[in-house]
Design a protein around this ligand. Structure first.
Ligand SMILES: Cc1cc2nc3c(=O)[nH]c(=O)nc-3n(C[C@H](O)[C@H](O)[C@H](O)COP(=O)(O)OP(=O)(O)OC[C@H]3O[C@@H](n4cnc5c(N)ncnc54)[C@H](O)[C@@H]3O)c2cc1C
Length: 350
């Protein structure tokens, strides 16, 4: 298996992290991306995300979601340090901690923290999770891209694959320009577009785009020492002072536009948490399409009828957080290594 050729479809965080993991295990890998890796062209989620390396109110999700998210979060300091050392690009993985403001159920929250060995501190009515980290998505993607280039991964950018028909054996996959890409094994990591690619073969794949918008401000550094979360909304500040405020959760298909209504709503919520933002100019406003799935449960598995097709997609709100653990799991499944995480909850196609 190890010397065989694997083609990964989609160069977002799921695709790049999977490629990195497979290369570390000795595989020959090509990543196919219809746009440019590490750029924001038409709604790619990984560039657009905020980069909290933790779920928002994790106690609201099924254990399988938290398990994958916590496993991913635990891997980030080492992955980030390796990327910085080997590429010189700093993904800025910073343990800034997350301050959760009411309303939240304190008993459920603290019991979840104790059960999952997540340290917490009560500060008045707030709950601080001091070990929660953030990462700077565009830098993370640039570092991953550079790492893949250094490790001789073929990156086929500006190359889009067509949807496939049902088949018993998948030896080649056609691009929109008529070329045929050959491989021994294919992995779909195409985010919100995964269902479009596979709908003829996988009608049960429940992935749809869920738009998220974010506002960017610029403030003096260290204005906000922690990520702050309140009532479905968060603020987080980068090392150089840029502050992200988000996000929306909208079911509007593949529409990637940003809206004035969302901007005004987000501005009001941001100012309610941090009054210093009143009157501050908005530096940037963008959107991304999350790969939305029921219950936030990704599909990480072999295709039920095409044996050399795998999926690692549908990570919805926590694809950045889950990416390292998800890459480990899909690589274990492909290479027949014993997975540390039980894969059965993520076989969403059967
Ligand atoms: C506003 C917002 C905030 C978020 N905040 C967080 C957060 O704080 N923490 C967190 O963990 N997650 C967050 N997320 C979610 C996270 O960003 C996603 O779960 C994750 O990026 C999904 O990664 P992906 O690689 O599956 O998808 P994508 O990044 O969308 O990548 C899929 C790639 O596949 C390519 N592609 C699609 N079809 C084809 C084709 N036919 N041929 C070739 N290439 C193709 C696309 O161009 C794209 O680059 C946020 C998302 C948004 C939108």
């Amino acid at each position: 298996m190890k010397s065989n050729h694997i083609v990964i479809i989609g160069g977002g965080i799921a695709g790049c992290m999977t490629a990195m993991e497979l290369v570390k295990r000795g595989c020959r890998v090509t990543v196919v991306e219809r746009n440019q890796i590490a750029s924001q062209t038409s709604g790619e989620s990984s560039w657009a995300g905020a980069g909290l390396v933790f779920p928002l109110l994790p106690w609201m999700y099924r254990d399988e979601v938290s398990r994958l998210a916590l496993a991913g979060a635990n891997q980030y300091p080492a992955v980030s340090a390796q990327l910085l050392k080997e590429t010189g690009i700093d993904p800025e993985c910073i343990q800034s901690g997350m301050l959760i403001k009411p309303p939240f159920d304190e008993t459920i929250a603290t019991q979840w923290c104790m059960r999952n060995q997540v340290p917490f501190q009560k500060i008045g009515d707030d709950l601080l999770l001091p070990q929660v980290a953030q990462i700077r998505n565009p830098r993370l993607l640039q570092a991953l891209k550079q790492w893949l280039i250094c490790h001789k991964v073929t990156l086929l950018e500006q190359t889009q694959l067509l949807p496939i028909a049902n088949t018993a054996a998948l030896n080649q996959w056609q691009t929109t320009t008529g070329d045929m890409l050959e491989a021994d094994l294919f992995i779909v990591t195409s985010g919100a577009w995964s269902y479009e690619l596979l709908k003829e073969t996988s009608s049960k794949l429940a992935i749809k785009p869920m738009r998220g918008q974010i506002l960017l401000y610029q403030l003096p550094v260290n204005t906000l020492p922690h990520i702050v979360y309140q009532d479905g909304f968060y603020l987080l500040q980068r090392q150089d002072g840029y502050l992200l405020a988000g996000s929306t959760l909208e079911d509007v298909g593949f529409d990637t536009s940003v809206t004035e209504t969302a901007k005004l709503e987000m501005q009001a919520k941001a100012e309610a948490i941090l009054p210093a933002l009143k009157g501050m100019p908005i530096h940037k406003h963008w959107s991304g399409l999350r790969p939305g799935t029921p219950e936030n449960l990704p599909t990480i598995s072999q295709h039920p009828t095409i044996p050399n097709l795998y999926l690692n997609t549908g990570h919805f709100r926590y694809g950045v957080t889950m990416a390292p653990a998800s890459a480990t799991l899909i690589s274990d499944l492909i290479l027949g290594d014993h997975p540390e995480i039980d894969p059965s909850p993520y076989r969403c196609l059967t």
